[in-house]
Write a protein that binds this ligand. Structure first.
Ligand SMILES: O=C(O)CCC(=O)C1=CC=C[C@@H](O)[C@@H]1C(=O)O
Ligand SMILES: [Mg+2]
Length: 327
């Protein structure tokens, strides 16, 4: 069967820059894909590059989409180069969305971790999310001094009810001493810290392994395992911590699911600040993975990022309307 392929670039300015050890991120650029079959049914997908995690750039993804024919067959996808993981994910998703014809669903808020702003704004904002049912809160560290960030987070823990859990994310921005200070701090805060994400850069694998044995608080990796090849390498080198999977930049979701069938690793499906189109593909993937091993407890998804954008219509799940407004 032949399908009409269309794509529309988008860009979304964050309400405030996302400040991490990588720097300040002001605008999210991506592409929405649309595939229409001969009966007029359409499916949608999203290409959301994250080059500082190792994916292609937006310009490379745009150039790739521009050179695709306007008529695609379903053999078009598997042959993508591994250097275009966000395009690979988007194309497999658009075919799956068309073929499965599932209506958009949402997550219960308790199953969706919220990325809070830093500092005083986190103290001012967490309650609105708690009232909406969120129980998992993520905070970025590794930007200011350890002392200043610990002071802020102790204030936050002092305000959070005991049912809440914190995820800390250093984006590889700590050195070993600071990582040990943070892990000691996490251990001293008992069960209230779910994990410490990427305390050291990806090239510090041996130290990350050592720290994962020395401290009780789990260590989660995302920059280290940004591609499926890196994920497999970490698994076979013995990483038995948490895998934060940014599936939107990890290429084929089918290949990821195939690996998970064989090795049910401890996974968090995490956002790269996609629109509702990409977010829906991640929710579907998370459900598919959970259904493989329904008896394993599954961690909340890291998809609580919509509040970082103004109400620009790209968080809605009325995709024909979302598509129209990109014209
Ligand atoms: O994982 C989450 O809970 C939210 C998404 C998130 O934290 C990130 C998305 C994209 C890039 C980074 O700034 C950051 C991360 O490092 O996980
Ligand atoms: Mg992270």
């Amino acid at each position: 069967m032949a399908y009409r392929f269309e794509f529309r670039p988008y860009q979304r300015r964050f309400r405030q820059p996302v400040r991490t050890h990588h720097g300040e991120w002001q605008v999210r650029q991506g592409l929405i894909l649309k595939l229409t079959d001969e009966n007029g049914h359409s499916g949608y997908g999203e290409v959301a590059p994250l080059p500082w995690f190792g994916s292609e750039t937006f310009d490379q993804a745009l150039a790739f989409c521009q050179q695709l024919p306007s008529q695609l067959s379903d053999q078009a996808v598997p042959s993508l180069l591994p250097t275009l993981p966000a395009c690979q994910f988007g194309l497999e998703s658009v075919f799956a969305n068309l073929e499965r014809r599932l209506s958009p669903i949402d997550l219960p808020n308790a199953q969706c971790g919220v990325l809070l702003p830093r500092g005083q704004e986190a103290l001012d904002n967490w309650q609105q999310f708690w009232k909406k049912g969120h129980r998992i809160f993520k905070c970025k560290i590794g930007v200011d001094s350890v002392a200043a960030e610990m002071d802020w987070l102790e204030q936050l823990l002092g305000q959070l009810p005991f049912g809440a859990k914190l995820r800390l994310d250093a984006n590889g921005g700590l050195n070993e001493l600071a990582a040990r200070q943070w892990l000691d701090w996490c251990d001293r805060n008992g069960q209230r810290i779910e994990f410490l994400e990427q305390p050291l850069p990806p090239n510090a694998f041996d130290t990350l392994m050592r720290l994962s044995y020395r401290y009780r608080t789990p260590i989660a990796l995302d920059e280290s395992i940004a591609s499926l090849e890196q994920l497999k390498a970490h698994f076979h080198r013995g990483w038995d911590g948490i895998y934060v999977i940014k599936a939107s930049i990890m290429g084929s979701p089918h290949r990821l699911q195939h690996f998970y069938h064989k090795y049910p690793i401890d996974v968090v499906i995490s956002s790269v600040f996609e629109t509702a189109v990409g977010r829906q593909a991640l929710i579907r993937l998370a459900i598919d993975l959970a259904m493989v091993y329904p008896d394993i407890p599954h961690r909340a998804l890291g998809l609580g990022t919509q509040q970082w954008f103004p109400n620009d219509g790209l968080s809605q799940t009325d995709w024909p309307q979302l598509w129209q407004q990109l014209d």
